[in-house]
Design a protein around this ligand. Sequence first.
Ligand code: PLP
Length: 422
Amino acid sequence: MNINPVIKINQRMYEGNESAFITTGENIYLYDSNGKKYIDFCGGIWNVPFGYSNPTINNRITEQLKRLPFCNLISNTADIQHHYAVRLCKLLGSSALLYTCSGSECIEAAIKTCRLYQTIKGSNRRDISAFNLSYHGTSYGAMSVSGVDNQAFNYYYPMVGGIKWISAPRDIENTELWLKAIEEHFRQNADAMAGIIIEPVFGSGGIIPLPYAALKRLEELCRENDILLVADEVSTGFGRTGVPFVFKSYGIDPDLTCLSKGITNGYLPLGVLAFSSRVTGVFAEKHAVLEHFSSQGGNLLAIAAADAVLDLMENYEEFEVSSKGEYFKNILKELLSPYKNVSVRGCGLMLAISFNKEPQTMRFIDILAKIRKRGLLTYHFYNPGYNAGLSFFPPYTSSRMDLQDAAEKVVSILKHCPDIIC
Ligand SMILES: Cc1ncc(COP(=O)(O)O)c(C=O)c1O
């Protein structure tokens, strides 16, 4: 059997031996070794909002490479590590941040922080709550708080203990049902809860925004009970949903914020766990230290890229993320209007076509391959018994013509799949 030397998630060892490799990228386009051009509406893997070969980011990385490529963050702090921490904290209204290498690692550190916070306050609370629709990563702690796809986790038990689930309502439009689920969860579990981890828009769970009232209620309940509210903005941060950061933009003040993906425009691995002054204040008062470190965390080239992303974010409005998202949604709705059992949803440029009929996983491989053949890269979500569909994370630099072109490509394939849309 021909083993693929590159091991990939969700693929058997002999799968994924592509006949062509991706060789170059320019703005929203990727090119493979056969010269085929693709529009990348996976947006990397949701982490390239400003496109490939962005000169602002490229130049900043090169400058930093010439000046200083690495700094041991245990014994020293590089100027750029300090500068970026101050800049991002100001933007988020946070007090301090921990550098990590990925979104998953932010979640690990967040779980530890919640438990450490309760321990130093003399509390026995240890449980971490999360939604059954959430995805937070694939390291053990992150996997343990991920509700989606957890059938695949059966092979890896035992997971990290002390995790409690909130069930998302089936009727995702019904704010009352969200509130009911949240209230009930706190009623039953608050006494033992150290923290709760929330994606403001469930990404892998099917591009489902949590209603504002639910986020607000979560904040109130966390405050009333001294439970840490952890915002997982790994996929939503840096403007993906039409606002720079969902929690901050909605006036909700999390204790911890997890950021990664778009932080460096996907060019280099970096994550950040930002702490509120409520948490740093308690840690300072109790002389607590957080036992968390990665040798490669806070890489200087990655921070240079992240600093350039913040420069780009200063002109965020010019990218028209909200209005381009509405435009794309409207075209998809229009093109799909003859079909009943399909819907379009999402916010900003984080969007989905959701199927009412649940296709087999194998069907998705076929559909994505056909869309790819037409020159468009996109992704799917598949949560058996709950929802299934296609997701779109167009770079903010996509033009309206690109959005129209992509929508037409997708629908031209879907309309020949009567087992899915009719
Ligand atoms: C909401 C969310 N949290 C955490 C993660 C994990 O991030 P990473 O892949 O960088 O470990 C992801 C990745 O898709 C994510 O979407």
